[in-house]
Design a protein around this ligand. Structure first.
Ligand SMILES: [Zn+2]
Length: 390
């Protein structure tokens, strides 16, 4: 009751500063506040934990309750290891604003969800145009996600494990709908709607980063599989007696063609490693290794190309199998390592052709994404409109 009263007071004080509906009568406005309060309390017992968050929550909710034909927007949110990228999209897929926010460390899922919801409400309040209506937020997050519930299983980039009801916790806190899916799946949707997968019925998306993310589009729709976890192309086994993968299996493509794969190759490398590389292998960040290898090759240390050749052969073998299984029109390569495609792509394409049937290989174009690091924001935002249209 105390919370309810103080919400009311704070909200009314805020309304004096900014009116959302100039022509609306006080009675209507009061009704809306009551409606907002009812919705807020119906959503559960997790109110935003600071007064500003509470006011913003009401503001976005009321603003979103405006009647009439308004321009629709969605927030696309891409949660990475150390940053959260957020963008506002129109229904036509135009990115109107974008922000990168450092992701703090959290002690528990409640703490994490509280921070994410506050950041999203704040972003909506700052960026949504006055004549805009927010259809919701789409979120891409690494690791297995049960869709549409948004339940996370041992998220690899967050300091807590087990089954996390992230979607359920978040929906209680947000004044707009939220859709949560695996980051690579969401990126695939971005490629399908506004990237190189546009107007393509069948394609495979491969995101090369610390690990490998992936997505499958069949007949113009994301293929999610039986429990929403399909598309893990990085764990395609290319050598069943090969290197141990972080997933517990052996010989996955990811154990060769990713930053983790480069680390594995360097550890097996039969040459003396220079101090700079040895130190990075021990202490990290491993993300610097691809750049260092590229620089050394450009300086004339050609033997480092062997690391990229192992990478290319593994990626090529994997893509060859994908071509045989899916007969796709395109394979779209993305992720941070796609910036180094000059060092591996030509050889990977040649290997893929070698390991696949002639006819499907001939029709499959292997290409690098143009959306790159924005694919997640686009895809997450467009996921909202896709769900709304169902
Ligand atoms: Zn694996």
């Amino acid at each position: 009751m105390l919370v309810k009263q103080s919400c009311h007071r704070l909200f009314h004080r805020r309304l004096k500063v900014k009116n959302f509906e100039d022509s609306t009568t006080q009675k209507n406005r009061t009704n809306r506040i009551i409606l907002a309060e009812q919705t807020f309390h119906k959503k559960g017992s997790s109110p935003p934990d600071f007064p500003l968050g509470l006011i913003l929550w009401y503001e976005v909710f009321i603003s979103n309750s405006k009647p009439g034909d308004m321009m629709k927007y969605a927030i696309g949110c891409d949660i990475g290891g150390s940053f959260v990228k957020v963008g506002l999209l129109t229904e036509a897929g135009q990115l109107t604003s974008r922000k990168t926010i450092p992701l703090p460390r959290f002690k528990d899922p409640e703490d994490f969800t509280g921070w994410v919801s506050s950041a999203l409400v704040m972003f909506a309040r700052q960026n949504l145009p006055d004549d805009g209506q927010l259809s919701g937020v789409g979120i891409g997050i690494p690791g297995p996600v049960k869709y549409p519930e948004g339940t996370l299983f041992d998220p690899p980039n967050l300091p807590f494990s087990g089954e996390i009801p992230f979607g359920e916790l978040l929906r209680k806190r947000l004044p707009f709908p939220a859709f949560i899916d695996n980051d690579a799946t969401v990126q695939t949707l971005g490629e399908a709607r506004v990237g190189k997968g546009r107007k393509i019925r069948n394609f495979i998306y491969i995101a090369l980063g610390t690990g490998i993310g992936g997505g499958i589009v069949v007949n113009g729709r994301i293929y999610r599989g039986d429990t929403g976890m399909a598309g893990e192309v990085g764990h395609l086994v290319i050598d069943y007696r090969g290197r141990k993968c972080l997933c517990g299996a052996r010989g996955c493509m990811e154990a060769y063609a990713s930053i983790n794969g480069i680390v594995n190759s360097l550890r097996e490398f039969p040459y003396d490693l220079p101090g700079e590389i040895r130190e990075l292998l021990e202490t990290g960040p491993w993300g610097k290794l691809p750049g260092i290898l590229k620089e050394r090759i450009e300086r004339g240390e050609k033997h480092w190309q062997k690391i990229w050749n192992i990478f290319a052969d593994a990626l090529g073998a994997g893509m060859g199998s994908l071509i045989n299984i899916f007969n796709p029109e395109k394979i779209i390569i993305s992720g941070g390592l796609s910036y180094y495609s000059s060092l591996f792509l030509a050889r990977a394409i040649e290997t893929a052709r070698h390991y696949s049937f002639k006819q499907p290989a001939a029709v499959c174009e292997i290409t690098v994404s143009k959306l790159k690091e924005n694919a997640g924001i686009y895809g997450a935002g467009l996921l909202v409109f896709e769900e709304e249209g169902k």
